[in-house]
Write a protein that binds this ligand. Structure first.
Ligand SMILES: O=C(O)C(=O)Cc1ccccc1
Length: 302
């Protein structure tokens, strides 16, 4: 059974529906969805991880490394368009209180400031959860910012559509399972990891980045996250091109293991856009094998 960050009608639900019609169970938070994977209640769960406007979804980035190990098995990227929805009889001019997910509020900030300058904006668990709340006749909220499907699903009326400040925004979702199974290499893969940085000497961040650079591994996302221990203690959540079974990526992970106090491998999986990385001269598996064979040969008698 599959789980997802719900309720029905979230963007996560839409992302899931682009890959399967399989029955799926909704969880009210990213934590609950990932805990259900950890406990074996569901085999995999779909959660949001990154969007092109707001960056990483901190709840997901943090939850992925909290508790029993999990592994990303795949990614789904979908365009996100927002509308504002209210109960029948409410006009835009009547809206005083708006409810929505924090990322939706952030992506519609200018529209809300221009069109509803006096309205309060409250953060809900999810966009569809906001729509469900607004649908209650006695709700203290007048409107929800959510997907059109959510507005329809909860019987609300569309007051405006495509209210996002940046047309063409996309959100990336990941399918997360229990650690231990790595999807096969496709040649167009991505690897996600978290590297903790040493704090005891200068250049520690450079050392992390060097591990990738000297092996020709391109990064597609890097974000700092507090380790939640002491002020100023950070780890880096990183996506790079390539698969654990690519020599250059495996060696990068070995290098990180040497220079970082802690490294979490969060999975290698096929890229949604199927783009194959440019592998520079010197960084193919064959060249790594040839180099290792040469070093091994040096201690052999002629
Ligand atoms: O609340 C939702 O619908 C989600 O799936 C999270 C989210 C919120 C805003 C943009 C993309 C994903």
């Amino acid at each position: 059974m599959l789980g997802y960050f719900g309720p029905a009608g979230t963007f996560t639900h839409q992302a899931l529906r682009t890959v399967t019609e399989e029955e799926a169970v909704a969880f009210a938070s990213v934590r609950e969805a990932l805990d259900a994977v950890r406990q074996g209640d569901v085999t995999r769960a779909v959660v949001p991880i990154e969007n092109s406007v707001e960056g990483g979804v901190s709840a997901t980035l943090d939850e992925l490394i909290a508790g029993a190990p999990l592994a990303i098995q795949g990614e789904i990227v979908i365009p996100v368009e927002f509308g504002i929805y209210a109960r029948e009889g409410t006009e835009l001019a009547d809206v005083r209180e708006v409810l929505t997910h924090g990322h939706a509020a952030a992506q519609c900030r200018d529209w809300l400031a221009t069109n509803l300058p006096d309205a309060g904006v409250t953060e809900a668990g999810s966009t569809a959860g906001a729509a469900a709340e607004v649908a209650r006749p006695d709700s203290r909220y007048d409107a929800a910012v959510c997907a059109r499907v959510a507005g329809e699903m909860y019987g609300l009326r569309e007051l405006a559509y495509q209210i996002e400040d940046n047309a063409g925004a996309v959100t990336r979702f990941v399918e997360v399972g229990r650690a231990g199974s790595v999807p096969p290499r496709t040649g167009a893969d991505k690897t996600t990891l978290v590297a903790y940085m040493r704090q005891d000497h200068a250049g520690a961040l450079l050392e992390i980045l060097e591990q990738f650079a000297v092996r020709g591994v391109n990064l597609s996302r890097i974000e700092s996250r507090p380790t939640k221990t002491t002020l100023g203690s950070y780890c880096f959540s990183i996506d790079c091109e390539g698969h654990l079974h690519d020599k250059r990526v495996a060696e990068t992970l070995e290098g990180l293991h040497r220079v970082c106090p802690q490294v979490f491998f969060l999975g290698s999986y096929p890229r949604a856009n199927q783009r194959r990385p440019d592998i520079a001269v010197g960084f193919s598996d064959g060249e790594f094998d040839a180099a290792a064979a040469w070093v091994a040969s040096l201690s052999r008698r002629p």
